[in-house]
Design a protein around this ligand. Sequence first.
Ligand SMILES: Cc1cc2nc3c(=O)[nH]c(=O)nc-3n(C[C@H](O)[C@H](O)[C@H](O)COP(=O)(O)OP(=O)(O)OC[C@H]3O[C@@H](n4cnc5c(N)ncnc54)[C@H](O)[C@@H]3O)c2cc1C
Length: 393
Amino acid sequence: MSDLESFRRETRAWLETNCPSEMRTPAQSENDTCWGGRKWKFKSEAQRLWLERMAAKGWTVPEWPRECGGGGLSRDEAKILRQEMRALGCRSPLDSFGIWMLGPALLKYGSEEQKREYLPKIARGEIRWCQGYSEPGSGSDLASLQTRAEDKGDHYVVNGSKIWTSYADQADWIFCLVRTDPAAPKHEGISFILFDMESAGVSTKPITLISGASPFCQTFFDDVLVPKANLIGKLNKGWEIAKYLLTHERDMIGGMGQTSENRSLGQIAAESVGVENGVLADSMLRAQIAAFEIDAWAFRLAMERAGDQAKVGQAHPAVSSLLKYYGTELNKRRLELVMAAGGASALEWDGERSHNGATARAWLRSKANSIEGGTSEVQLNIIAKRILGLPDA
Ligand SMILES: Cc1cc2nc3c(=O)[nH]c(=O)nc-3n(C[C@H](O)[C@H](O)[C@H](O)COP(=O)(O)OP(=O)(O)OC[C@H]3O[C@@H](n4cnc5c(N)ncnc54)[C@H](O)[C@@H]3O)c2cc1C
């Protein structure tokens, strides 16, 4: 038996023994997801156990080095772990901006001391992070950001405001872009810093979304003191880190096009429109679902290929824009079909049967996928210029 085959067998056996049965049922809503952090209250003992066991094995971040709290797995082993988790229906033990965004940036740009300080805490879900990039006047044109960090000897003083800061009111720490040299060209005077959201002078004001949830805030900084040790990389060179982190954010958001939903769209539709002669009774919906499934498979293969190219250092630097664009448009299409397939009951907004309108709320939430992490229009600009080599309009 090859090493990978025996790894698969051991992994399956470990998951069967260690993943609590409650963590093998599909998450009904965002509330079933574990985000960790100082303020986190576990939804059940099973959720706590699952995180604890996976973190102890380093499998919340399977490919990170062991000394950083990871599992030290190769890409192929990590892929097997994902496949086996999917096969058993295991939920993610921990969802985290620390894992998806900050961690990769720290691995590349952090000092050894910063890696030792932050990465194991991210892997164990002890600190919940938020992202301080966008500002009221700076979204797509992010490099125009105005939040200032002034040098005061051994610390910076930060003043300004961020907007659309996801989970700012629940996060413990923020990774934040600040202007440290106002006289320099806009991309060259930006630095990347970290600070505690409980620092004096930090406040948040929640913003409500169309889905009824309030997942993000406007965040205010009023004379916030940040130790210089919290600067990541070099002073005024934060734009490079910001862009690198964005490629990971875009990969993560693009991955939403790959659903972990156990039931296929066909099964959901069959329950509401019925089956005739072994096929879905509604022929129009049948054709739309078939077209979607083909595109979703092609996208899954494109993700695989991009991953393989990255492994051998051949990935195009702008490929994350391509995956982000297609993955999010695909996810929006999937939720349109979930709504069409679910019939009238998919529109339910309250009540136990619909898990408090989980489907309708997820559908509305998906509208933001092609905005967050950089809009679809901006991704298309990047693809046009950097992948297709088209000239500026
Ligand atoms: C659900 C959600 C969560 C978010 N979470 C965070 C977060 O945690 N942290 C954070 O920092 N930010 C977050 N954001 C903000 C997000 O990154 C910005 O909304 C996004 O970058 C767009 O910026 P904007 O909203 O200012 O829109 P604008 O930049 O004002 O764009 C408005 C419209 O103009 C178009 N447009 C702009 N420039 C161009 C161009 N050059 N060519 C063609 N079209 C263009 C855009 O596509 C868009 O349709 C979040 C956003 C959402 C929706």
